[in-house]
Design a binder for this molecule. Structure first.
Ligand SMILES: *Cc1c(COP(=O)(O)O)cnc(C)c1O
Length: 371
């Protein structure tokens, strides 16, 4: 039996698409790719995505939190992993013991890492995080020289890299990204002169990797492009990238109701004539937003979700698909026949970005890996 026959709703993740996207991005940028797999691989499953992207030639993995890095290590992933966010104080020994690269931007962090490294008898692998205009984490670019010098000289520290992050690389106006790139480039120039430039300088996220060739430096850090999703409406991936995720379900019930029947909580929808209403077992408990205007695909046709989204299911109006039957595969995100509903389409209905749509798919939804 096909294992998905036992599921109410599930994600199908195409490993071949992940591999193809990594390799395309590497060819496009002419350099290595760090696959960013934080937040459970943008909902796709961190461990499987980490394995698939490294196998496809990704240089390393990027995560937000130390716990994510440790989870990768516990699953046997041995490739380089960089924690992009702040390491909670007191957890330097764990980062060092797991041979995880960490981001730093203060003297205190460098000292704590170096002390943990000396106690463990192995190097702390550090990347200096520089704020060139995101105003989030990092040492201000104009003041990072001293810290870089200290890192290059610190006993116990392996100064692996230096990086920054763009605030507006997915927008049509290139000016803010050019300004951030220039600040970063200036700093690198000063570090070269001071003999304190580490091996890896990196800046580009997916949007910058695609749209700003001058921001690619020694590697690009790509999340959304690896998953085959466009960084934004203004910044699209070139031909040949493919979404790795399809969200599927199976029709749990199909019944006709007479005109004037209230459907789902609050009877927010009332049938206008005799209508066939299907029940799809996907709801806000799975990460499907409780909002109006949703659609799904049944037998290759778009059908509207009607009435309120429940925790575990939604109702759909099946007028467009008279032959629909219990057990039919339903596509929530993805393609079926000639129709498609992309993560971007869903994001538009939910007034958000595709990143949030895929990250929101909850842990109870099984992930099935194909390809
Ligand atoms: C999440 C993240 C990325 C990846 O961003 P995408 O837009 O998904 O490519 C890169 N760098 C940092 C610092 C991040 O936090």
């Amino acid at each position: 039996m096909n294992p998905t026959e036992g599921f109410s709703n599930w994600l199908e993740i195409d490993r071949g698409a992940l591999a193809e996207n990594v390799q395309r991005l590497s060819r496009l940028t002419g350099g290595p790719v760090m696959a960013v797999v934080k937040a459970n691989g943008y909902g796709h499953g961190m461990i499987e995505v980490g394995r698939a992207t490294l196998a496809a030639g990704a240089h390393s993995l990027g995560v937000a939190r130390l716990d994510e890095a440790l989870e990768l290590r516990a699953a046997g992933v041995t490739g380089p992993v960089l924690v992009l966010g702040a390491l909670p104080e007191g957890r330097w020994p764990e980062a060092v013991a797991a041979d995880v690269d960490a981001s730093v931007w203060t003297r205190e962090q460098v000292e704590a890492a170096a002390a943990a490294a000396r106690r463990a008898g192995r190097a702390a692998r550090l990347h200096l995080k520089v704020d060139t205009g995101m105003s989030r984490l990092g040492a201000p670019a104009e003041e990072a020289d001293g810290l870089a010098g200290a890192m290059a000289a610190a006993d116990g520290v392996s100064f692996e890299g230096i990086f920054t992050h763009f605030a507006r690389a997915d927008e049509p106006d290139p000016t803010p990204t050019h300004a951030q790139t220039a600040r970063f480039r200036d700093l690198l120039g000063r570090l070269v002169a001071a003999g304190a430039r580490p091996r890896l300088a990196h800046a580009a996220n997916s949007a910058a990797a695609v749209a700003h060739p001058d921001s690619r430096f020694d590697l690009v850090r790509a999340g959304v492009a690896v998953f085959g999703l466009n960084p934004s409406r203004h910044c699209k991936l070139p031909e040949g990238f493919h979404p790795a995720l399809t969200w599927k379900a199976r029709l749990a019930s199909v019944r006709p109701y007479p005109a004037g029947t209230g459907v789902s909580y609050g009877h927010a929808y009332v049938t206008r004539r005799e209508e066939r209403i299907g029940v799809v077992p996907v709801g806000y408990g799975d990460g499907y937003r409780r909002t109006e205007g949703n659609h799904v695909l049944v037998r290759g046709r778009r059908v509207p979700v009607v009435g309120r989204v429940c925790m575990d299911q939604v109702m759909v109006q099946l007028d467009a698909v008279p032959e629909a039957a219990v057990g039919d595969e339903v596509v929530v995100i993805g393609s079926q026949g000639d129709e498609a509903i992309t993560a971007e389409d869903v994001a538009a209905v939910w007034s958000t970005i595709p990143y949030e749509v895929v990250c929101a798919v909850s842990a109870r939804v099984p992930r099935v890996y194909v390809g």
